[in-house]
Design a protein around this ligand. Structure first.
Ligand SMILES: CC(=O)SCCNC(=O)CCNC(=O)[C@H](O)C(C)(C)COP(=O)(O)OP(=O)(O)OC[C@H]1O[C@@H](n2cnc3c(N)ncnc32)[C@H](O)[C@@H]1OP(=O)(O)O
Length: 420
């Protein structure tokens, strides 16, 4: 008998959203406030909410929802500023009474096959626990710097920054969605997961009281160049004091800047609020301009953790939807347990930045790798040669791991600036 027998996949109708929310609260260990319900509805891509329902009484009450997930239908920026149709997987929850019965595995397969039907070549997610997703072919596609920046940290001058102006406003979906989405859509950093269309679109504006922990409601810093928006950041502050010294904090969530001067102006503002001693953020790329604009980067106490987990679902479409930075001709043997149609020999020929990817049955492979390794290097933040040096990718033709590594490495570090 299949491990996950006794459950059936369903789409969750709006009338059953509270059952979905109940499972999420059980799984994520939290009790939501009643007045926050609308925020959670607004943050959910309702038409893509899926669940597993009990069908066998030995598993639980027949008809009850045991596990849920949802995904945002969107596009992700790839190296070279191109785009690939992507599903942003989220809300993945298994009720603790039903865990370790293969329900997540069943939902992953449900997610993958529906993505393929919709033409989404890549799935991406933020992991609550980093050890879970490699087994399903996800690789750590981007890393982020978490930093705590002391108030008034000195920064290098950047030409034009002093000519820019800043507006500080309360974040409001109706008023600012178009402006923020428009700015985000102009970002070219690989890994940027664009704001989705449809329900869930206002997820970045939701602000449950239960999550505030004494912080303000979300505010927006908007940097403008003669009235034209050139940078944005969601932020909120909390006043605090110890031994009579004011040491409040400022949290910066999603942000984006179109120019070096806009970045300089944005961070100068965010790190100099009265009564705020520290500004912290989790969404800095490992090469974010701020890290070079600060005169003392070490002073921004930081650590690097995983940001976006990426899963290539359609090898040809995904690989042909990005730019490359070196010509090469490489055959690789791919193993993919969870999307078996990807398994086999592939040839990638890169000319002038563009790849042509074809099946190569019968050819002699230069490299052998798993789906998670291809997914790890997809956004260009990790070198294929590093995975070869680690013994994870096997090289059969000397030098071919380097050829493909140089072609795939992105000159700009990947990052998803929006935590979905
Ligand atoms: C993208 C997002 O939404 S991130 C949020 C993910 N959700 C959470 O963290 C909420 C709390 N946790 C849960 O809801 C569940 O425990 C889940 C979703 C993590 C796992 O669900 P389950 O139905 O128990 O997983 P399932 O039985 O399919 O296990 C699949 C495999 O993953 C492993 N696994 C499951 N959970 C974990 C974990 N927390 N850490 C490491 N391995 C894990 C299992 O051991 C199993 O391994 P195997 O294939 O080698 O046998």
């Amino acid at each position: 008998m299949k491990k996950s027998a006794g459950y059936q996949p369903i789409s969750v109708p709006e009338a059953r959203l509270d059952e979905l929310f109940e499972v999420v609260q059980w799984a994520f260990v939290g009790e939501w406030l009643l007045e926050d319900r609308q925020d959670y509805v607004d943050a959910l891509p309702v038409e893509r909410a899926r669940a597993l329902e009990v069908t066998d009484p030995s598993r639980g009450e027949v008809g009850e929802i045991a596990a849920v997930h949802a995904s945002f239908g969107t596009e992700m920026i790839t190296p070279g500023g191109r785009r690939v149709p992507t599903a942003g997987l989220s809300w993945l929850s298994v009720h603790p009474a039903h865990r370790r019965r293969g329900l997540m595995t069943a939902m992953m397969h449900d997610h993958f096959s529906r993505c393929k039907e919709r033409g989404e070549a890549v799935s991406a997610l933020y992991a609550m626990e980093a050890a879970i997703y490699s087994r399903f072919g996800y690789g750590m596609g981007a890393q982020t710097v978490k930093a705590e920046i002391p108030r008034g940290s000195a920064m290098w001058q950047v030409e034009g920054a002093d000519d820019l102006t800043v507006r500080l406003v309360r974040a409001d979906f109706d008023e600012h969605d178009e402006l923020v989405s428009g700015l985000q859509a102009k970002l070219t950093r690989p890994g940027t997961v664009l704001n989705p269309v449809g329900s869930g679109r206002n997820a970045r504006f939701t602000d449950p009281i239960g999550n505030r922990k004494g912080m303000e409601k979300w505010r927006l810093a908007l940097v403008e160049d003669q009235g034209e928006p050139v940078a944005y950041a969601f932020f909120r502050r909390r006043a605090d004091s110890s031994v009579g010294i004011h040491d409040g904090v400022c949290q910066v969530r999603e942000f984006g800047a179109l120019t070096p001067a806009a970045s300089r102006k944005l961070w100068e503002t965010l790190t100099d609020f009265d009564l705020v001693g520290t500004t912290y953020t989790e969404n800095l790329a490992t090469d974010d301009p701020l890290l070079y604009q600060l005169k003392d980067a070490r002073g921004a106490r930081s650590k690097v953790i995983d940001n976006l987990w990426v899963r290539v679902l359609d090898v040809k479409k995904a690989l042909e939807s990005r730019e490359y930075f070196h010509d090469c001709d490489v055959v690789f043997d791919l193993h993919d347990k969870h999307v078996p149609e990807n398994t086999g020999l592939w040839r990638i020929v890169v000319t002038d930045g563009n790849a042509v990817v074809t099946r190569a049955e019968g050819a002699k492979p230069d490299l052998t790798m798993g789906a998670r390794h291809l997914s790890t290097v997809y956004l260009g933040g990790t070198s294929l040669e590093a995975l070869t040096a680690a013994g994870l990718v096997q090289e059969h033709t000397a030098g071919q791991a380097r050829e493909l590594a140089v072609a795939m490495m992105s000159p700009v570090a990947p990052l998803a600036n929006w935590d979905f």
